[in-house]
Write a protein that binds this ligand. Structure first.
Ligand code: PXP
Length: 243
């Protein structure tokens, strides 16, 4: 199981003061040394964290595969086709949200998304859909030719944080079923959003999950223990859960 480290919020801190630090590329290089298998970055339409020049620096400066998260817009498609990252993860995006709040509605936008991902696939990027565990969304992702689905774990993680244990168990069971269903269709299964030390073990224990993408918690934890040790501890918990 791979660990993708999302470095968006290194850029959030940098942008807060309009300075050049902390540098997301330096974070990516440190993440690699600490055992990350990939770097994830979300270029949002409003550029609130990662900016175009960060994507350029990451493509040129890291040895790890880049998972480029983006909305399904013409602007982002042009950028992805220019850089040809290892992976492109399509996410829903609303300007007013603080973070990516729900999964992509692939089922209602199937024809457009099939056309949208075709050139990305031809350019060699592995295309992933960031979706909820609804079987209709998983089937639609399969039909349009996505290689990967990333299951949105944010709701589960919020329920755990709020100590709504019974609801959290039900959400975890639905995610588990979603992972098994997606795998049965031949999709590679990833998971991400909101994962912390408190929630990683349950999600990493799904045998079909090949990759976790984790950002905000790791950057927050790095304030206290440093980025390398924060990532190493996450890696240790993932591996222990899978073992
Ligand atoms: N995966 C996807 C598709 C995301 O959009 C995000 C947030 O940008 C993450 C994973 C990481 O979420 P978090 O920062 O909450 O760990």
């Amino acid at each position: 199981m791979r660990l993708g480290v999302n470095i968006d919020h290194v850029a959030t801190v940098r942008n807060a003061r309009g300075s050049n630090w902390p540098d997301p590329l330096r974070a990516a290089i440190l993440a690699e040394a600490a055992g990350a298998d990939g770097i994830t970055a979300h270029l949002r339409e409003d550029r609130r964290h990662i900016r175009d020049e960060d994507i350029e620096a990451l493509m040129a400066g890291i040895g790890l595969p880049l998972n480029f998260e983006m909305a399904a817009t013409a602007e982002m498609q042009t950028i992805a086709l220019r850089h040809k990252p290892h992976a492109v993860c399509l996410v829903p995006e609303k300007r007013e949200e603080r973070t990516t709040e729900g999964g992509l509605d692939v089922a209602s936008d199937e024809a457009r998304l099939a056309d949208f991902i075709a050139p990305l696939r031809e350019a060699g990027s592995r295309v992933s859909m960031f979706i909820g565990h609804d079987p209709a969304q998983i089937e639609a992702s399969h039909r349009i030719g996505a290689a990967v689905v990333e299951l949105h774990t944010g709701h589960y993680c919020e329920l755990i944080a709020d100590r709504r244990t019974a609801e959290a168990e039900a959400e975890l069971a639905a995610l588990r079923q979603g992972a098994a269903f997606a795998h049965s269709l031949g999709l590679e299964v990833h998971a991400g959003h909101g994962i912390s030390y408190d929630t990683v073990a349950e999600i990493a224990a799904f045998p079909q999950v090949m990759e976790l993408n984790i950002g905000h918690f790791l950057i927050a934890e790095s304030i206290f223990r440093g980025l390398g040790p924060a990532i190493e501890e996450m890696r240790r918990r993932m591996d222990a859960a899978r073992a």
